[in-house]
Design a protein around this ligand. Sequence first.
Ligand code: GLA
Length: 399
Amino acid sequence: MTITSQSIHDEFVSRFGGQPKLFRAPGRVNIIGGHTDYNEGFVLPTTTGLHTWLAIAPRSDRILRTFSCRFDSLEEIDLDRIESRGDAQWSEYVKGVASILEDAGHSLRGADIVIDGDIPLGGGLSSSASLEIVLAFGLLDCIDVAIERGDLAQLCQRVETDFVGVRCGIMDQFVISHCANDRAMMLDCRSLEFQSVAMPADARLLVVDTGVSHRLPAGEYNSRREECEQAVALLARQIPQLGALRDLEPAQLEDEKNLLDDRLYRRCRHIVTENQRVNDANSALRRGNVARLGELITASHVSLRDDYEISCAELDALVEIMISCPEVYGARLVGGGFGGCALCLVDAQHLDRVTDRVRAEYGEILGRPPWVHAVTATDPVGPAPSMEPPDVPQPEANS
Ligand code: GLA
């Protein structure tokens, strides 16, 4: 069922009564820039047209009574006794957001909350960051705090790093807080400076779920980050000014490769070449050169697969099917990797043909048609669209 302001409003009223405020936050897809964010590098994400929705009304006590429509589950959280279960279930994100906001000095009110969403869970389209952002936005609205969007993104990143235990970068939370309608965002993850870039008129992004759920807390994500940190520590023996892999020049990596074992060398090569690809992709997007953008997207997948080793058989099979379509410019895995979705950049005129073919061919592998979504970049976190006014019978015209 399509989620609308009306549907989440009605769910809230039937469950809790009263009049909620409605908010929503988009999911994101990173067009290019895999695992560069926590290396202080560059990313080029956009939003997807999929959202996490929130209906919220403050209470007079310090209890968060939260109903998740997707899990059909109600949780009560006492703001004075927030205890993590450490299991990365949806309610851990509610606890994490509340706990980080309180730590940052925001004294929250209790609230009745309904959450719904259409972003695939564990699909690499940032369902969790979107939940964190919309929840923080709504909880702060209940205490009349209008937070600066950069601060909102950084606090919600801390939900992952300090509460859930995923040492993620800033990309997801930042794009969800800032990305403009119909635009992509070229983001420098060190300075947090960004430029907004128009999405091409003649090409569309199609995301397809492998059906293999990725679980970031499983450790592989954090281990990639640790490997990058190890590499920086080793390379800094010869390059003392090296603060992060973002600073590493391709020639320096080749000169100093004897400091690294093969695995660390390949991790570095991915980051160094990926940062270059993001910058090239930004130029290609600005020039409207979708063919070049597509080549870079596919090169990103190859590097993530071979050097960074975060792909899996299903993602590789799906990407192969995508790039075998003549109307596809390029394809890659999205998000953290190890499952979830892949994206492809498609000639807009042939979106339906590619959708049908990928659905049929990957469906053979999966044993059922995969979930497929054509991306439309929408607004960042904010109030949900106004509800349609109820139908008022019109007086009959006098004849
Ligand atoms: C996850 C993380 C992001 C980023 C991507 C990979 O989505 O949350 O910070 O590292 O993986 O690019």
